[in-house]
Design a protein around this ligand. Structure first.
Ligand code: OOB
Length: 541
């Protein structure tokens, strides 16, 4: 067999050679793909349980077999190395086999939150020139089978749709699985782009994040150590499987890399999650702060045996020190704070740190080669302990968004640091505390919303003259979404209610979590000295 040449996807910013050499020589990047990571474990512990989902237990041996059968199916469809496939699935049992089947053949899955709808999915299918779209008939009341049919009509590049059944198996899945199984082989290189992930974003259109096998596995391996993941770990996955916190921090990839068991669920509420913890002896879970609060405040925690739970990892948004301080006494688990971003850097608090660090810091960088600088508005490094903008560069942080040169010029420095848009304090030990944000983004309990995306859609509403969308404080969610609306002169303001505005956005196919929670009609916006809408003042309201 001839050796594979590196895959060069146009619109990907590569790591400069000197950094690639350094990351390899220091052992951060290894000669392994994500598929190879899995098959090493399949060989080693074929009889261990890899996944428990939808009442089904899948061993590593079965998982490997299913991956190779799906891989044969996708190959039969003509999906090859480098081809993009939009994966739009909630946490169902076939998520992991399908994901690894795409890794196995070197195709590039585009990982879309199940909560996204037509507005976002259509854009991703077109922007990434996807050849296939994989989804499920219905989810959370959305008819994705109909969306698949619409996309087939509207997107010229889309050749195949695969629709999973909401219950049981679908004709599309049967068809894919009917081609036997490929043999596991190297069909992609560790330096290839493994998948495209979607950023929470700050702009009208979300940005797309390309990760390579080697950059991703670097952070998976390091997070496994910090998160104390072993072959005995049983991890409940309540976050969307496509989210970077759920994937690699240490995530289900971390657990699978060690031969542990993952228990994906569609629903993290205590009445679903607690019985799963008790039944399967769950040891580890990652959640966003609002869900941690719901768990802490639930009376069901007395009803179920949660003693197996060792680690409650909390991240995605700021977790209050007060709530963090309750976790050990009330849930019996050690809290591990994590601050991370799909673009790369992830920080964790150590499991055996003192209580003050665990409750009031968001952790320190995972990899020894992660570079972190905290700078003022002019880009000058600030003294330790002073708040500033966080910039970062490292073995698992991208060098640019996919096909976005102009945006990259603003969001990366000339020497490759990613400007995170977060305001942090760094202590003498390198622990970060997140104190604010400079990017125009709403963090609604860990779910990221780009105000500009919602504003652009609302400007098309007849009765709207102008609109500004901001996050306002919320006790449970941290922030909720408020739309300030200037009505069109002489228009009928009775048309501008929370209900009509939400319906308008829903009809546009916008994901439900991006709909405003509150609407306020105003005559005009307060402006800053340079004439920009003063979002800072609006956030305080
Ligand atoms: C995680 O990833 P994303 O891409 O959904 O969001 C990244 C942004 C960060 O830039 C920051 O603004 C915010 O979410 N964030 C936090 C936080 N964790 C994330 N803000 C305050 N405190 C925290 N602990 O959210 C993510 C990815 C991997 C691990 C953990 C979180």
């Amino acid at each position: 067999m001839t050796a594979l040449e590196p895959l060069l996807l146009d619109g990907v910013v590569p790591y400069p050679e000197e950094f690639a050499v350094r990351y390899r020589s220091e052992g951060h990047w290894t000669d392994q793909t994500l598929a190879e990571m899995l098959f090493e474990v399949v060989e080693r512990v074929p009889d261990k349980t890899a996944i428990i989902a939808d009442e089904v237990r899948i061993t590593y041996g079965d998982l490997g077999e299913r991956v190779l059968r799906f891989a044969a199916g996708f190959t039969d469809l003509g999906i090859n190395r480098g081809d993009r496939v939009v994966l739009h699935l909630p946490n169902v049992s076939d998520y992991v086999p399908i994901l690894f089947a795409l890794f196995e053949i070197g195709a590039v899955p585009v990982l879309a939150l199940a909560a996204l709808r037509r507005h976002e999915i259509e854009y991703f299918v077109e922007f990434t020139e996807a050849r296939a779209y994989v989804t499920i008939e219905t989810h959370a009341g959305n008819d994705f089978a109909a969306l698949a049919r619409e996309l087939e009509e509207s997107s010229p590049n889309l050749e195949h749709t695969v629709v999973l059944a909401t219950d049981g198996t679908s004709a599309d899945v049967e068809q894919l699985l009917s081609h036997g199984a490929l043999g596991h082989a190297r069909r992609s290189l560790p330096s290839d782009v493994a998948f495209l992930q979607l950023s929470g974003g700050t702009t009208g259109q979300p940005k797309v994040i390309p990760h390579t096998h080697e950059d991703y596995l670097a952070s998976v391996r390091a997070s496994v150590k910090i998160g104390a993941i072993t072959g005995d770990t049983v991890q409940l996955v309540v976050l969307p499987l496509c989210h970077s916190f759920a994937m690699r921090s240490p995530g289900f990839l971390g657990v699978l890399s060690q031969g542990g068991t993952i228990v994906p669920t569609l629903n993290g509420s205590p009445d679903v999650a607690f019985p799963l913890i008790a039944q399967h002896g769950v040891t580890d879970v990652s959640v966003v702060p609002p869900l941690a609060l719901v768990w802490l405040n639930s009376s069901l925690k007395e009803r179920y045996d949660l003693t197996s739970l060792q680690v409650l990892r909390v991240g995605g948004a700021k977790f209050s020190a007060q709530a963090a301080g309750r976790v050990r006494a009330e849930l019996g688990a050690t809290v591990q704070q994590s601050f991370g971003m799909a673009e790369g850097l992830t920080t964790f608090t150590g499991l055996d740190e003192d209580d003050d660090t665990i409750t009031s810091r968001q952790g320190r960088p995972t990899l020894s080669a992660d570079e972190v600088v905290v700078v003022d508005d002019e880009g000058t490094v600030v003294p330790t302990g002073t708040a500033g903008h966080l910039w970062t560069r490292g073995p698992s942080t991208i060098r640019g968004y996919y096909r976005a040169p102009e945006h990259n010029a603003q969001n990366f420095t000339a020497d490759g640091f990613y400007k995170t848009g977060d305001i942090v304090l760094e202590d003498e030990r390198g622990y970060l505390t997140v104190v604010g944000r400079s990017k125009d983004q709403i963090n609604r309990g860990g779910e990221k919303i780009a105000p500009e995306e919602v504003e652009n859609l609302l400007l098309a509403f007849d009765a709207v003259h102008d609109v500004s969308v901001v996050g306002v404080p919320d006790e449970m969610l941290g922030e909720r979404t408020k739309a300030f609306v200037v009505p069109r002169a002489g228009g009928d303001t009775s048309l501008l209610t929370l209900g009509t505005i939400r319906k308008f956005l829903r009809d546009k196919g916008l994901a439900a979590y991006k709909l405003p929670d509150v609407v306020e009609l105003v005559d005009e916006f307060e402006r800053t000295a340079v004439g920009k809408v003063s979002k800072l003042n609006q956030r305080a309201k």
